[in-house]
Unconditional design. Structure first.
Length: 547
């Protein structure tokens, strides 16, 4: 940053003062360039209706415009001109009032454009005193004592202008283009007969380069309006504009993020594109770079997209073409149809929209309502793609014992070769199979509680009696619970399930306790302190090894 040097005793020069002013301006301009960049920017300059009573005037408040501009296009005193471009600041130090005139034709509307430009304006005209060498005590009035005035201030200003558009039938009016060198800031639309302009009629131009002041930065970060854009495109061709708060975007950069609300849903398989701030049309892809499926974008959906260096990837794509989306939660719609076959064991499923051969792949879920009972091995033909076997989850063929009946809904999954039933919404088939293995458990459960309540006065071997248990044949590993039935045979005997004779001298190792007994009517228990246990005909003993 330059400074003027003045020496003691040296005669002062006009260039000393002019250079000091110029050096200060140039230094400030380079500071502006470092902080704001080289793009045109504006700050302040709020446009509001008149107050307290609205009228056909609007007020543009104080503010400034920053713009690259020659240092001095017009000679600055003895320093002359300077064509070097610097980042100047033009000031609007007093509010400006603009008057709007509505169109005079009934049914017509008109758009007015508020625009701004930076301009150096010489002001402060005065008749100055000039040195009179012939009589220094009597200075000249103006140059050569001509009495003419001179400008005393070179003012870098923000100039506000109002440009009227062409009146047209309401709905067809067009916003005028900004004049050369001007920056568009606001549009104001008025209709024939209008008498007031309210805040709703003043719209900031989407490309207006307003930049935030430091205190407002946290608010913009919270609101996210720096990366929020408006979509004005069509289906599969999205056109988005985000505000250039700091400086205009000049090219896509990897990592650049944009959010916008889609106007149209995407469709078809030809792919979708996006153009942000006119920087060029590029592909719009799923996260990971895959092409979009039809319905990945729905009308009104808010999208977040990030540029990966070649395409914009959707951060929050729907990702399920057969479903719908609420926020980020996907709802899977499993194709459903009623069987139209008139023949048992041959299901005909004609889905709409049709399932294609490319969609009938391993993992496909379908559901179907049976038209007939299933009585034997069964096939299903999906949309005429050919009959495929229908099996249970263990790959066994269907039969009448499965209990699938007309009107029942089956959920099936294609494994690449055949369709497996993974659920029956009607409940048929599955319940019958489950009762088989539960049978033996029922037999054991009956004697337990009833035995304790056995007849009073049993002759011997009553519940609680403890002793050794003799049998004719000794197993290598006796069970811990032994059920003895009348007639001297074993009704339940552990893993081997042998039928054993109860008489004999062989003693089963260990100590046993009678848990319960049931004495048949008119029968008696025949035993002698466990030396040999014979329940007798019609009697049942349940014994447990306790040691």
């Amino acid at each position: 940053m330059d400074r003027v040097i003045v020496y003691p005793g040296a005669l002062p020069q006009d260039t000393d003062v002019l250079s000091t002013n110029k050096f200060n301006m140039v230094g400030e301009a380079y500071h502006n360039l470092a902080v704001l960049g080289s793009g045109t920017l504006v700050a302040g300059l709020g446009c509001i209706p008149t107050s307290p009573t609205a009228s056909l005037q609007v007020i543009v408040n104080v503010g400034s415009i920053f713009e690259m501009d020659p240092t001095d296009q017009v000679a600055y005193g003895d320093l002359g001109t300077d064509a070097n471009n610097i980042m100047k600041q033009g000031l609007l130090q007093s509010p400006v009032s603009l008057t709007i005139t509505p169109p005079t034709t009934s049914g017509f509307s008109q758009v007015y454009l508020v625009e701004a430009i930076l301009d150096d304006i010489d002001t402060g005209s005065l008749v100055l005193s000039y040195y009179n060498s012939a009589n220094p005590s009597a200075p000249f009035s103006g140059p050569a004592n001509a009495g003419t005035s001179n400008f005393t201030v070179r003012s870098c200003q923000c100039v506000i202008a109002l440009k009227a558009g062409t009146p047209a039938s309401s709905g067809t009016q067009i916003t005028p283009s900004a004049d050369p060198g001007f920056t568009p800031l606001y549009t104001i639309t008025v209709v024939n007969g209008q008498t007031q302009i309210t805040s709703g009629g003043i719209v900031q131009v989407s490309t207006a380069p307003f930049f935030p002041t430091l205190p407002s930065v946290p608010s913009h970060v919270q609101k996210g309006d720096w990366v929020w854009g408006t979509d004005t495109g069509a289906a599969n061709a999205y056109v988005v504009t985000v505000p250039p708060f700091i400086q205009p975007l000049v090219a896509y950069q990897a990592g650049m993020a944009v959010k916008f609300k889609a106007v149209n849903a995407n469709s078809g398989s030809s792919g979708s594109t996006i153009n942000v701030n006119g920087l060029g049309t590029v592909g719009l892809k799923r996260a990971g770079g895959a092409a979009l499926n039809s319905g990945d974008i729905v009308s009104g959906q808010v999208l977040e997209v990030v540029y990966d260096g070649a395409n914009f990837q959707m951060v929050n794509y729907v990702g399920i073409s057969a479903g719908s989306t609420t926020n980020n939660f996907s709802t899977l719609s499993i194709p459903y149809i009623a069987d139209t076959s008139g023949v048992a064991n041959a299901i005909t499923a004609v889905y709409s929209p049709a399932i294609t051969s490319g969609q009938q792949v391993a993992g496909l879920f379908i559901s179907v309502k049976l038209a007939n009972n299933i009585s034997a091995a069964t096939t299903i033909n999906v949309n005429g793609l050919g009959a495929k076997n229908v099996t249970l989850g263990n790959l066994s063929a269907l039969s009448s014992t499965n209990g699938f009946v007309a009107g029942e809904i089956l959920l099936l999954v294609y494994d690449g070769t055949e369709y497996q039933i993974i659920a029956s919404l009607g409940g048929g088939g599955g319940g019958g199979g489950a009762t088989g293995p539960q049978g033996p458990q029922g037999v054991q459960g009956v004697p337990g509680p009833q035995g304790i309540q056995g007849p009073a006065g049993s002759p011997s071997n009553t519940p609680g009696a403890i002793g050794s248990y003799a049998i004719a044949v000794a197993d290598s590993f006796p069970p811990s619970i032994f059920l003895v039935t009348g007639g001297g045979t074993s009704g339940y005997h552990g893993p081997a399930s042998n039928a054993l004779s109860i008489s004999g001298a062989n003693v089963w190792p260990g100590t046993w306790q009678i848990m319960s007994n049931v004495v048949a009517s008119g029968a008696a228990i025949n035993s002698t302190a466990f030396a040999a246990v014979n329940p007798g005909a019609g009697n049942v003993l349940l014994m447990q090894r306790i040691a």
